[in-house]
Design a protein around this ligand. Structure first.
Ligand SMILES: Nc1nc2c(ncn2[C@@H]2O[C@H](COP(=O)(O)OP(=O)(O)O)[C@@H](O)[C@H]2O)c(=O)[nH]1
Ligand SMILES: [Mg+2]
Length: 205
């Protein structure tokens, strides 16, 4: 029988300076794994997945961008019309927090719409090396009218919560497309238990 649920076509981007953990957050969310080795993201990796929720289907395109300046022009064309953005910094590297301002300028220049943005403070498992106090980051986000969440791709803390929020809120920014009949379930699409029962897949902790 045809799937009568509305399908939302969502385009999301994960932005932030290099090595802040963008690819690791996506891997943690998608496969519940963590790879301690830095894997350079070339240009922008694009993942597509279908997430089945009770009341709707989300057809999601996620752009995992490289944070390098020389690919920014490419990224600009990729994330021009995104509905939601995860803007990541590394709590152990203050420069990546300061760079949020630059990223916000680029987003505002490139994106004519009004994408939902969540600021993600990543690597909170390294709290003792933190160079960005929680309050400071939370105040920055609030002033810009952005959501804020503290995560660790390594331990999995809040990663599902951050993506759930991104998916949920980005869906406000789009309208449902035609109902779809195929139903490939690639994700549980909304477990609130961040360290749920998924098995690690890339040899990390
Ligand atoms: N301790 C810790 N290391 C992390 C975390 N997230 C990513 N890393 C490490 O930081 C480095 C850069 O991560 P990566 O996801 O490739 O960053 P990207 O360039 O933003 O995509 C890698 O060595 C990761 O293993 C985290 O939450 N905690
Ligand atoms: Mg990467």
């Amino acid at each position: 029988m045809a799937n009568r649920k509305p399908t939302y076509l969502l385009k999301l981007a994960i932005l932030g300076d290099k090595q802040v953990g963008k690819t690791s957050l996506l891997a943690r969310f998608e496969h519940d794994c963590f790879n301690p080795t830095y894997l350079h993201t070339k240009g922008g990796d694009i993942t597509e997945k279908l997430i089945e929720q009770e009341k709707r289907s989300l057809k999601v395109t996620v752009i995992d961008s490289a944070g390098h300046k020389y690919v920014r022009s490419l990224i600009k064309t990729l994330y021009r019309d995104v509905h939601g953005i995860m803007l990541v910094f590394d709590v152990t590297n203050r420069n990546t927090f300061k760079a949020l301002e630059k990223w916000m300028t680029e987003i505002n220049v490139v994106n004519a719409g009004n994408p939902y943005i969540v600021v993600v403070a990543n690597k909170t498992d390294l709290q003792e090396h933190s160079k960005v106090p929680s309050e400071e980051a939370a105040i920055y986000a609030a002033r810009q009218d952005l959501d804020y969440i503290e995560c660790s791709a390594k331990t999995g803390l809040n990663v599902t919560a951050a993506f759930d929020r991104l998916l949920e809120r980005a869906a406000y920014n789009t309208v449902p497309a035609e109902p779809i009949s195929t139903s490939i379930r690639l994700s549980n699409g909304g477990s609130k238990n961040d360290m749920a029962t998924k098995k690690p897949c890339c040899g990390g902790s």
